[in-house]
Design a protein. Sequence first.
Length: 400
Amino acid sequence: MKKQLTVVLIALMGLTYFGYGQAKKADQKFGIKWHGFVKADYMYDTRQNVTAREGHFLLFPSGENIDIASGNDLNSQANLNILAVQTRLTGKISGPDFFGMKTSGVIEGAFFGQANANINSFRLRHAFVKLSNDKFDIIMGQYWSPLFVTAVYPGTYSFNTGVPFQPFARNPQIRITTKGNVRFIGVIYSERDFASRGPAGTTSTYLRNSGFAQVHAQLQFGGKEFLGGFGVNLKPLRPELGKNTITNTTLISYMKAKLGSATFKLEVVYGENMSDELSISGLAEAVGGGYTANKTLSVWSELSGKGKSTEWGIFTGYSKNNGFNDPVGGAIWGLAPTMDHAFRFAPRVGWFSGKMKIGTELEFTSAQYGELAANNKDISTTGFNSVNNVRLLVTAIYGF
């Protein structure tokens, strides 16, 4: 760990020195500027949950685990943790024009690691270059998935940012965004840290072996007072060599509106096999060969406001598993692929002054697990009890 941090610090100092030298040589403000934040999270859960990074990234409550001897649900046990792994460092790069287009870049990392085994390790979040003129922007590198709309997303203190109701992923990509009152966003992208699930586990192999990339098209309109948009996403997967490719489709629609001093946000997502976006969904072997995917409908909304030294927000989300397209005849892979539905209600309030913010959030999440129905397509909840978790989160954030 010490060796890794030393390498990171040396690299950062080298980039800073290089940027300063280039700026001085060109007598312009070219180079790299660093900013970010230090964040400490204090979390208490009333139940065991499906999470990432030692409980920091909460998805939904774990299903019942009944002890035969006592009859008690072993997952009905509280949990507490304190972590600072979300602490982040961002370098914004500026440089000379490229054939008349303005250039910039971003390098961003955090100490979140890639798995529990290397939590606290520095890991890549974003790394991209950007070309801009008065008509469009081009981004090349790793950035947010186009299904995570940067103009309309939840402002929760919890790092899950509304998952599993809000799609969440970062992907290597090339993206073009036009400018104006109506904007087109086109993205071709692959998978890396956030990958699809299948016979070989969680890996980008299924997408790569299809011979194609994911393709996304989106229209966005409006500005500060009102903003809306909708888009379509196509994801081709070949789960096994020698077998056919399956193409999964996702549709999104969203809006954001100013309501006096408050802001209202709303998004609807309907998609197939979105486990790579941390949504409730899955992929399965179909009767007669080939593969089939399930269909998930998710809706989330948020009302929030901000004063001179306080801010508040209320997030709600709901996801419904609409079953598989075709009868399942074998193994199922995914993220809770037979969960029937999940619901969340999360109010928050925070206080800020200068560079410092302290906030608290109460997050209630309910999940209804199930199993395949008799038709091997739909989800049956017979014999399953719903499970609930309440998370109390207190966070301290210092920006720089």
